[in-house]
Design a protein around this ligand. Structure first.
Ligand SMILES: Cc1cc2nc3c(=O)[nH]c(=O)nc-3n(C[C@H](O)[C@H](O)[C@H](O)COP(=O)(O)O)c2cc1C
Ligand SMILES: [Mn+2]
Length: 474
């Protein structure tokens, strides 16, 4: 059986039954869904949430699903610390999708005709206080490049405008926007499909940095460990995932831009927005008892789903340039940072690695920190310690002026003034070289307890202080 959202939910519950929590009380899609995620996050708890009754909708909604590295390690079948390597190596071995017949495609179990399309009947959340309206945050938009014929996919935010219209917001160099502009230039509507609810390997495959247009279905297959099953769309020549929960089909209209936003984005601020192209939805297909998928915008989930694929893609490209790379980490808690650990063979390795990372993740990275391979890049404290002990700003800091922007989601890519007007600007990137000098230079050794003695420590012998101990010692 092909993997999908449901097989993954089952796998999660087998891991730990508390990892998926049901909410059978009715919730309002306006703040009601994100309120549960936020209340739990305040307690440091990030279970997947399955809302069974969302006001105004017959569909359930799953949210907060991909909130931890452990959940990603689960489907990749590896340790958390090995995610970037395993992810990067899988991306190097793309798996082509296979086309299945309509009868095999669970997403075709129900078809909603054009005249019956009403986006108001989907459980689409309003996430944060000042958001301009409901947003699809986990919709994977599929579009065909008219020149090469290749299918490209990615997640782009979609604000719902009315029963059948929504926006689409494309950032900088993302292929989705480049392809849309080709149709616009020809004055033609661009056929698209939006897939909602699927296996995390599909979702993350589509947001991986795949070089060149297309290749996301192949990345999804590689991450899922099996060919993605796709099926002919209803209204266009697109091939869509056969086991998504819902597929919305429609067109990006060439000349009907619409104001969108604001939307609380992953850096945690309200930025971006303005006028965006409009999509008209013409058909919806869905599984029986479909589960709509949401990603908690600007919350932990948004950060993890965005960060991990970047770590995987960067691992792959840096490894090609600097083979002594150990691993990389784009931490969810500061996704504009990238920590790279390597065994330095020569001084130039640091800059080669840092530029490969910057060029792989062109839009969002601002600070690359390169450390030696004795530093655990998954531990922010160790990275901070390496900066404190091995980095000298005068000697080891390289600033690359005007690297990011102008504008976009990073707050540093804007100039602010007292009138409350923002003007786009470009901001710099920095490479922080927190490595020791390359051999043969001798650098002071780290103070450590010998490993063989740590292993000899008998932790079973530890006990709670009892009364006798109190009387004697305290
Ligand atoms: C939750 C989430 C939301 C995203 N929202 C947007 C968005 O609104 N606009 C955008 O251009 N990219 C967005 N991205 C990033 C793209 O989906 C991602 O970079 C993708 O690789 C772009 O593919 P493309 O270059 O083929 O268009 C988002 C990513 C995630 C994980
Ligand atoms: Mn692409």
């Amino acid at each position: 059986m092909a993997q999908d959202l449901r097989t993954y939910l089952r796998q999660l519950t087998e891991l730990d039954e508390r990892s998926v929590r049901l909410v059978d009380k009715e919730v309002d899609p306006k703040f009601g869904i994100t309120a549960y995620a936020a209340a739990l996050a305040e307690k440091g708890d990030y279970p997947a949430l399955l809302f069974e009754r969302v006001k105004g909708s017959e569909f359930a909604c799953v949210s907060n699903l991909l909130t931890s590295y452990e959940r990603i390690a689960l489907y990749l079948g590896c340790e958390v610390s090995d995610i970037p390597r395993v992810y990067g190596e899988k991306l190097k071995k793309p798996v082509a999708p296979v086309v299945v017949e309509r009868a095999q495609a669970t997403v075709k179990q129900n078809v909603i005709a054009e005249e019956d399309v009403d986006l108001g009947k989907l459980p689409i959340p309003v996430h944060n206080e000042m958001d301009g309206g409901p947003y699809l945050s986990a919709g994977v938009m599929i579009i065909r490049d008219p020149d090469s014929g290749l299918i490209n996919a990615g997640i782009y935010r979609h604000q719902i405008f009315n029963e059948r219209d929504m926006g689409v917001w494309f950032l900088g160099a993302h292929h989705g926007g480049l392809i849309y502009k080709k149709y616009k230039k020809m004055g033609k509507p661009a056929p698209i499909a939006i897939a909602l609810g699927h296996h995390p390997g599909f979702v993350m495959g589509t947001v991986s940095r795949v070089q060149g247009i297309g290749g996301e279905y192949e990345a999804a297959g590689a991450l899922m460990g099996e060919a993605l099953e796709v099926v002919q769309a209803e209204t266009s020549d697109l091939l869509v995932p056969a086991h998504a929960e819902l597929i919305l089909e429609g067109e990006i209209l060439p000349d009907e831009d619409h104001v969108e936003g604001p939307f609380g984005e992953w850096p945690g601020h309200y930025l971006g927005g303005g006028s965006v192209p409009k999509i008209r939805i013409k058909r919806i297909t869905h599984r029986n008892h479909a589960i709509f998928q949401d990603i908690v915008a600007s919350g932990r989930e948004h950060l993890v789903v965005g960060g991990v694929p970047r770590s995987g893609s960067i691992y792959q490209t840096v490894k090609q340039v600097v083979p002594s790379l150990k691993t990389v980490h784009v931490p969810f808690y500061a996704r504009m940072h990238c920590y790279i650990s390597l065994h330095k063979e020569r001084e130039a390795d640091v800059k080669k690695a840092a530029f490969a990372a910057l060029n792989t993740e062109q839009e969002n990275l601002r600070h690359i920190v390169v450390v030696d391979d004795d530093i655990d890049v998954f531990n922010g404290e160790e990275v901070a310690w390496a900066i404190g002990t091995r980095f000298d700003a005068e000697r080891d800091l390289l600033v690359i002026p005007r690297w990011n922007g102008p504008g976009g989601l990073l707050p540093t890519n804007w100039e602010y003034n007292a009138e409350g007007k923002n003007t786009p600007r470009m901001s710099s990137a920095a490479i922080v070289d927190a490595t020791k000098p390359a051999p043969p230079v001798v650098f002071p050794k780290r103070a450590r307890v010998p490993r063989e003695f740590i292993e000899l420590a008998d932790l079973q012998a530890l006990r709670e202080p009892d009364k006798a101990a109190h009387d004697k010692w305290f």
